[in-house]
Design a protein around this ligand. Structure first.
Ligand code: FES
Ligand code: FES
Length: 175
């Protein structure tokens, strides 16, 4: 093995211990520094609602909330989330047998077809309702435009966001 290869191998296996808050509980794990936040959430914490499509920041289906703001978890390293608060769809219903009002709205409006984009859409919906940015169909369309729905079910998704907004009284999107 050449010196460069030795250095590359050393970098590849470098680890850090990180502590962060995920879905309301403190989590501490040792991770490789190259591990993406998406892979960490899926593989280390078994939060498989975090879906991976393009893995380079285009499709948005890996969207999670970081300190209440949507981010693409395929573009972040797990070590960059140290000390932050993460929410995934798994956080929405404390009771496994009850849906959050946003999830109810998606079901009522048929705001999903294959469901692959749905966790990202639901989290983005939560964020924009909390931010008061779900007032009109056009505004919702603009705010969800960073998440691609391959099934092209956008009208029903917009209807679901509006339905959820009514259920939650506009800005009150917390569970
Ligand atoms: S998987 Fe992250 S943006 Fe596509
Ligand atoms: S419901 Fe299939 S990708 Fe959106």
């Amino acid at each position: 093995m050449t010196t460069t290869e030795h250095q590359a191998a050393a970098v590849d296996t470098e680890t850090r211990t990180i502590t962060l808050r995920v879905n309301g509980r403190d989590v501490s794990r040792t991770v490789e520094t190259r591990t993406t936040l998406a892979d960490f959430l899926r593989d280390d914490l078994d939060l498989v609602s975090v879906h991976l499509g393009c893995e380079h920041g285009v499709c948005g289906c890996c969207t999670i909330l970081l300190d209440g703001e949507s981010v693409r978890s395929c573009l972040m390293l797990a070590v960059q989330a140290r000390g932050h608060e993460i929410e995934t769809v798994e956080s929405l219903s404390a009771d496994q047998n009850a849906l959050h009002p946003i999830q109810e709205a998606f079901a009522e409006e048929q705001g999903l077809q294959c469901g692959f984009c749905t966790p990202a859409m639901v989290l983005r919906c939560k964020e924009i309702i909390e931010d008061g940015k779900a007032r009109t169909d056009d505004e919702v369309r603009h705010e969800i435009s960073g998440i691609l729905c391959r099934c092209t079910g956008y009208q029903n998704i917009v209807n679901a966001v509006q339905n959820a907004s009514r259920k939650l009284g506009g800005k009150e999107a917390g569970a």
